[in-house]
Design a binder for this molecule. Sequence first.
Ligand code: NAI
Ligand code: MG
Length: 349
Amino acid sequence: KKLRVGMIPADGVGREVLPAAQRILEALGPSIPKPEFTHLDAGWEYFTRHGVALPEETADALQNDCDCALFGAVGSPTHRVTGYSSPIVALRKKLSLYANVRPVHSIEGLDPRPVDMVIVRENTECLYIKQETSSHSEENGREARATRLITERASKQIGRMAFRIALSRAKPDHPASLTIVHKSNVLQLTDGLFRECVRSVMKENEEWSDGSKIAVGEQIVDSMVYRMFREPEAFDVVVAPNLYGDILSDAAAALVGSLGLVPSVNAGDTFVMGEPVHGTAPDIAGLGIVNPIAAIRSAGLMLHHLGYIEPAQKVEDAVVSVLKEGVRTRDLGGNASTEEVVAAIEKRL
Ligand code: NAI
Ligand code: MG
């Protein structure tokens, strides 16, 4: 048996961090099925040469010939370019990757505050359906509107994912907590529906609902940001509609140092794609100094979602011990190169 991994480095530092993640997957040896990598094109630079950002061959190969994938980062033009749209957004849709899962945790001895949370962000709807219109009125001048879509189907789907993740984090003597984030005091129909749907799936599973394994709570999004900074240790699994989840997860990354550390996966029921949270980092691209850890952890998280729990833990342990040894890139105040960090993690494994 093989583990077929689609590799989509795309733009900028994506091309430096994906090879790093590949080396770490290879270094895991027989604890996972032998990985077989397929390199696939996408991104802004590809668009400038070929006129498409996500070639059909890439989507086809992922759907037909891969068990999972890793995505680097995609650059985007600052101006509007006809025909260009983000390949990552398209891939999430095509592969039904309805959840964006972002664990954020501190490292003992490195970060001043204990943080250990997982943000589970709905990945397909909310304001990201990009339905905008503009008009003009006598009174206001130009007006613009965006439609926000919340559905029962997607809200229940993300709710189930959140309960599954929460259950996996419950300890024998301590329930996991699941916080539902919304603003249903103002947006009663949309956020109200989200909240109600997440709560309703609880009844589908005895372990989710009996209270000894998962304690369910909720938090209005604005006070959520406040509390997350005041007492991040109070939160465990957090589930949110797309926009709130996007903002909360970048804010949470600030609690633990650098964007260069924070991984994510885009997950559905049949496919998972790891992706570092950071972008193409044009200011340091090509210099060999980008922090590869977010991408390496994304590979670990991908393994975890595929059920390879122990190998995923091995990756995390190796990352933490290398950080503790002081082998750190510049974003963390060190002076190690990308290569030195990768080599140190490889050696640990
Ligand atoms: P960015 O994440 O690329 O960079 C922000 C800052 O963090 C920069 O100073 C960068 O050097 C630093 N940084 C990021 N990752 C790092 C790493 N692994 N190691 C060391 N330092 C790191 O965000 P920015 O500058 O807002 O966006 C740059 C481009 O990336 C834009 O075109 C943007 O659209 C795109 N982007 C793509 C994303 C994706 O592919 N999912 C996500 C975010 C931005
Ligand atoms: Mg973001």
